[in-house]
Design a protein around this ligand. Structure first.
Ligand code: GDP
Length: 196
């Protein structure tokens, strides 16, 4: 699949406002600052499809993009920001777990984690929800350019081992928007999800 023609469709304030549950979609999630916007821009070869470096903690919308008719990419709000009130966090968590459980068109979840500190508590929680709902997961260890090749390889192998804990279909790749490490693997994986 060529991801370059991807275009913005709409923003939704919450999961109930997403487009009709038809066709196929892939959701992207990660802690704020994990590199999610950069990854979406890299994947689609666009400079500013997804906005990078948003004000952290600000109420964020779910952004919906279309690769082609009936093929969507869903950019979920960054999570894990300490200043968000607990009630807001809990509401969002309930909505997100419901989305993972019920969304028929959801074919896969991309979870972005900074390669220098993967598997934070919230990441783990999300991974448990996804695998419990039998959603295939692609974990991207982002900013992989920050580690030297040896350390990168080591971290990737450890992260793959750690992924086994979650059971289910969880795949891990190192990724960099800066150097394009892992881009071909990501494209192949996402293409499979959208075509299946
Ligand atoms: P988001 O909050 O998850 O959407 O993260 P952004 O894409 O806005 O990136 C957060 C910060 O990390 C920005 O300062 C980016 O320039 C930086 N960043 C993102 N991807 C990479 C990468 O692959 N390598 C490096 N070195 N920095 C990155």
């Amino acid at each position: 699949i060529n991801f370059q023609p991807t275009s913005f469709v709409t923003s939704a304030a919450d999961i109930r406002q997403l487009p009709a549950d038809e066709g196929v979609e892939i959701a992207f999630a990660g802690r704020s600052n994990a590199g999610k916007s950069s990854a979406l821009n890299t994947l689609t070869r666009q400079k500013s499809l997804a906005r990078t470096s948003k004000t952290p903690g600000r109420t964020q919308l779910i952004n919906v993009f279309e690769v082609a008719p009936g093929q969507r990419l869903i950019d979920l709000p960054g999570y894990g920001y300490a200043k968000v009130p607990l009630a807001v966090k809990e509401k969002w968590q309930r909505a997100l777990s419901e989305y993972l459980q019920k969304r028929q068109s959801l074919k896969g979840l991309v979870v972005l984690m900074d390669i220098r500190h993967p598997y934070r508590d919230v990441d783990q929680e999300l991974l448990h929800w996804a695998t419990a709902s039998a959603i295939p997961v692609l974990i991207l260890l982002t900013k992989a350019d920050k580690l030297k090749p040896g350390a990168r390889k080591n971290t990737l192998l450890k992260a793959r081992e750690a992924a086994l804990v979650f059971g289910g279909d969880v795949h891990v790749e190192a990724f960099s928007s800066l150097t394009k490490i892992g881009l071909a693997q990501v494209e192949a994986h996402l293409s499979r999800w959208l075509n299946d």
